[in-house]
Design a protein around this ligand. Sequence first.
Ligand SMILES: CC(=O)SCCNC(=O)CCNC(=O)[C@H](O)C(C)(C)COP(=O)(O)OP(=O)(O)OC[C@H]1O[C@@H](n2cnc3c(N)ncnc32)[C@H](O)[C@@H]1OP(=O)(O)O
Ligand SMILES: N[C@@H](CCO)C(=O)O
Length: 342
Amino acid sequence: MPTHQFQLPQPLPLENGVRLAHPEVAYQTWGQLNAARDNVVWVCHALTANADVADWWPGLVGPGRYFDPADWFIVCANVLGSCYGSTGPLTPNPITGRATFQEFPLLTIRDMVAAHEALRAELGLARVHTLIGGSLGGQQAVEWAVQQPQVFENLVLLATNARHSAWGIAFNEAQRLAIFADATFQQNSPAGGAAGLQAARAVALLSYRSYQAYDRTQTEPTDEPLTNFRAAAYQRYQGDKLAARFDAYSYVTLTRAMDSHHVGRGRGGVAAALSRVRARTLVIGITSDGLFPVTEQLLLARHVPGAMYAEMDSAYGHDGFLLEAAQITHFLERFHSLTYAH
Ligand SMILES: CC(=O)SCCNC(=O)CCNC(=O)[C@H](O)C(C)(C)COP(=O)(O)OP(=O)(O)OC[C@H]1O[C@@H](n2cnc3c(N)ncnc32)[C@H](O)[C@@H]1OP(=O)(O)O
Ligand SMILES: N[C@@H](CCO)C(=O)O
């Protein structure tokens, strides 16, 4: 699908008090809005994905999948701060003409939601049938459902939380330290900090997978090597793969936004904030998720009124929310049949 660009009509007031001039949001849509305008599905993507949800979630979005464009009008927008078309740290500042990470403001999950809320208004979508997201996408989804409870009919949160944990922030900081240790980060060019980003992704992978996943896929078949281990090659490969498609400046910006996530900030705490949600809600946890452990999804389900909770096993750990399409489809079908049974 073509990627559309939406420029917000006004500067965007950010949570830290700065106004972001002429912000843009890149987005894609699939399917048609029906006459009743009640078939909207909005997908919020995770850390390094983009607006092309049919590409990165092919098991859930596409012909014959649970979210089939023949039935649904599906929207996915790139987050503010990313390097896939929405305004980010390497976007030239329209006033100064410069693109420098150092001058780019701190973004929060609420700022990302504010940009997508402006896009929702632009598209004239008064109601959204289903808002769905995992990980950083789930952080946006829950924040949005707290902010605009009247808009969302159904909310699906996967492998996410109400407030980013100390453990998650520590992982993110370890990754940022790897990036800052790369002297080329000062360049403010797309390849700046690439070696640091490779190391950051290798660290991140440890939090996205599990002991069992590495044991199953990366154990040596023989006892021969004393060096150049399979698991080590996998770490390098994954680092290279991300550095080839992403930039270090967006990575730092987005991980800082993730750290900022706290639905209860200024709202009397997490429980009070979650009690505002009016959407029928399904929360999905992954038993092997070491980054967003199921205790975090149980907390969401406990405080969102009437929420349902489902738990899946995955050999992948946290990244199971991207890969376990069959299990997620099963839970969505059950959720749909329960919420629309009468
Ligand atoms: C432009 C864009 O692409 S943007 C959108 C793409 N990305 C996103 O949307 C972000 C979300 N997606 C992701 O995070 C990931 O793609 C996931 C989690 C869904 C899947 O991760 P993957 O890396 O594909 O899976 P996995 O961990 O099994 O690794 C498989 C890869 O590692 C390689 N690999 C496996 N073991 C080793 C090893 N020992 N040494 C070297 N390479 C290895 C495989 O050959 C395979 O390579 P390939 O990706 O080039 O086919
Ligand atoms: N694997 C995900 C991050 C984990 O939520 C991504 O690269 O977007």
